[in-house]
Design a protein. Structure first.
Length: 61
């Protein structure tokens, strides 16, 4: 996913569930109005999402 922060879009991954990331808390801390979508395998099964994001301006992974 993607969390929007200022002019940046941030991909967030919990690395196969090895890190507990609360999407509502993350959205609250970032000051966004919607929950963040947490990816689970950006380096594996969700690699296409990662590759697509690389072509965007203002992306943070």
């Amino acid at each position: 996913m993607i969390v929007k922060l200022s002019d940046k879009r941030i991909l967030v991954c919990d690395c196969g569930g090895t890190m507990r990331i609360d999407s509502a808390d993350l959205a609250n801390v970032c000051g966004t109005g919607e929950n963040a979508k947490i990816s689970h395998a950006l380096c594996r099964s969700e690699l296409e999402n990662f590759e697509n994001a690389l072509g965007e301006k203002g992306i943070v992974v």
